[in-house]
Design a binder for this molecule. Structure first.
Ligand code: ADP
Ligand code: MG
Length: 558
């Protein structure tokens, strides 16, 4: 029985196990470590996960989804082929795929996993992630914060036992920057900052828009299929720029090649870099550290591989970021280390993980310039180490005030109306002259994300309190058991069929995108492939045929 570590990403997911003291990444049926976090429902109700589902996002948009991690812990429901799925159910398909891949690869049953989550994930999002594990038949006792996992693997790989790390995690659609301390075997997240609408996708889009500009086209006026094709070419071009100074692509039959250099990309990305700079300085200033006090700037996430990013960070911070291992694998390796420690049943004995509150919690106070629009009075500030209990005292705001209404808010805005209201406590107080009443508000936030608020009128010796677990609905154990059974009825693609399915899905996408000669060529490759399939049952032969078809598609796609 094995325990594995899983990086359940917005764009890509991967799993890692500890074997003979070494960290091994788990290959999927296509032999790759990264499985796109995409899910698609087939006509027969079977579930496609990964590369096939990613192709189907273009050809079957109504029954395919990606980026659902963004909606974990919310009430959002995705409707695919007449069936509804929550984000945790969609995530459970990815987890099941990873589990099955790991079982095949390790030759053991996988019963438990350590899953990494963003540091800013609130209790609902963490709960939803655990549910996803349950629905996939995996016990998830421990979640680990992504920056902690990255710091742990950075420290193991680099051999630097202790230090202060700035973890720069730049993925497909999210940027997370954290300052993490690793001393005396304690990993402590000192600060987190991020932009959850900034990632590698923005560069793809930038390249696509630039292309349109030079061709007198308007990106937003392209059809969905054309946009998808252009973005795919742009992404490939962007990846090309990590290994060479210049890359190019051809869009459409008979089109002229579009050339791009790293220098041009860096110029085009000015706005993106500015936003990155803000996030980085936000994390640094919240941490109270100077860049000199940071021992390593660690590059994490697929987009951190871009030379333009390294270059920018070095100029901005005056410190060279380091690449430790492969940026898009480092979080999974960290989760794998935790899994390894658990597996040996040594408990995480000398590794204590502390947590932080990722947002500010506060209450409302009078805004004297506009009484109808109260302002925020922070009680527990973001990045406070948990558990935490803080008290602030307040007074009445006008003569004879007999009632107070204490709002409980989460967020960083000056005005309460722009923050999230979590709850409210109403209390009658003894009427006094303005400024003479005295009451205290205590917020206690524990490690599980449960907030308790107590309001005390100090003159009356009267206390009221409220316990809040942020927003969403909790499901009962029976409901979960029921849903686990239902989820089991969905069949994942058998591993042997994934390669042929991918040829089929990619062929369908290309047929839709191309016109004229290239379209005919795609049809010919598909026909030849399908005919050949009918004549063989041999797995090796099938893989060979699929690889030939893929090579033919590669040539057509340029
Ligand atoms: P997430 O954490 O969001 O799941 P990843 O860390 O896997 O995502 O990053 C995915 C992003 O990384 C995509 O935008 C992809 O284009 C980008 N990426 C992957 N490899 C490279 C590369 N070699 N050069 C530039 N960008 C890359
Ligand atoms: Mg990631």
């Amino acid at each position: 029985m094995a325990i594995i570590g899983i990086d359940l990403g917005t764009t890509n997911s991967l799993a890692c196990a500890c074997r003979d003291g070494k960290m091994v990444l788990i290959p999927n049926p296509l032999g790759e470590f990264l499985t796109p976090s995409a899910v698609s429902v087939g006509e027969d109700g079977s579930i496609y996960v990964g590369a096939v589902a990613k192709e189907r996002l273009v050809t079957h948009p109504g029954v395919s989804v990606a980026s659902f991690k963004r909606f974990m812990g919310t009430g959002r429901v995705f409707c695919l082929e007449g069936q509804s799925f929550t984000p945790q159910e969609l995530s459970s398909f990815i987890l099941r795929q990873l589990r099955e891949d790991a079982e095949r690869f390790l030759g053991e049953e996988v019963t438990e996993a350590v899953i990494s989550v963003p540091a800013y994930f609130n209790d609902n999002q963490r709960y939803a992630t655990k549910q996803a594990g349950k629905l996939a038949g995996i016990h998830v006792e421990r979640l680990v914060n992504e920056p902690s996992a990255a710091a742990l693997s950075a420290s193991r790989i680099s051999g630097r036992e202790e230090g202060c790390y700035l973890i720069f995690d730049f993925g497909g659609g999210t940027l997370d920057v954290s300052v993490v301390d690793y001393f005396d075997n304690v990993i402590e997240i000192i600060a987190v900052s991020g932009d959850n609408r900034l990632g590698g996708d923005d560069f793809d889009r930038l390249i696509a828009e630039k292309f349109c500009e030079t061709r007198g086209m308007v990106y937003d006026e392209l059809e969905a299929g054309e946009r998808a094709e252009l973005l795919r070419l742009a992404e490939k071009c962007k990846r090309g720029l990590t290994v060479q100074k210049q890359a190019e692509f051809i869009y459409g039959a008979g089109g002229e090649a579009f050339h791009l250099t790293n220098v041009e990309l860096a110029e085009m990305g000015q706005k993106i870099f500015e936003r990155i700079g803000q996030v980085v300085s936000g994390a640094l200033s919240d941490s109270g550290r100077t860049i000199e006090e940071i021992d390593e700037v660690v590059l994490v996430g697929g987009s951190a591989k871009m030379p333009a990013i390294t270059f920018y960070l070095q100029a901005y911070l005056g410190k060279k970021p380091c690449v430790i291992g492969s940026p898009d694998e480092i979080v999974a390796v960290g989760a794998g280390i935790y899994a390894g420690i658990k597996e040996r049943r040594e408990e995480i004995k000398d590794l204590v993980l502390t947590d932080i509150c990722p947002f500010t919690l506060g209450t409302n106070v009078v805004n004297y310039s506009d009484r109808s629009n109260p302002v925020m009075s922070p009680v527990i500030e973001r990045n406070t180490i948990l558990p935490s209990s803080r008290t602030r005292t307040y007074t009445n705001s006008y003569d004879g005030q007999a009632h107070i209404s204490i709002g409980i808010y989460q967020g960083e805005s000056y005005y309460c109306s722009e923050n999230i209201e979590l709850g409210r406590i109403e209390m009658d107080i003894l009427p006094k002259k303005k400024g003479e009443a005295c009451f205290s508000v205590t917020f206690t936030y524990d490690i599980n994300g449960i907030l308790e608020v107590e309001v005390a009128d100090l003159q009356q010796n009267k206390k009221l309190w409220k316990t809040l677990t942020s927003g969403s609905v909790r499901v009962s154990e029976e409901e979960i058991e029921e849903r686990i059974k239902e989820m089991r009825d969905y069949k994942l693609m058998p591993p042997g069929g994934i390669r042929t399915m991918l040829v089929q899905a990619r062929g369908e996408r290309l047929f839709r995108q191309f016109l004229g000669r290239r379209r005919e060529a795609v049809a010919a490759v598909m026909e030849q492939f399908q005919r050949a399939l009918l004549e063989t049952q041999n797995d090796q032969q099938i893989i060979k045929l699929a690889k030939e078809a893929e090579a033919a598609f590669d040539a057509l796609e340029g």
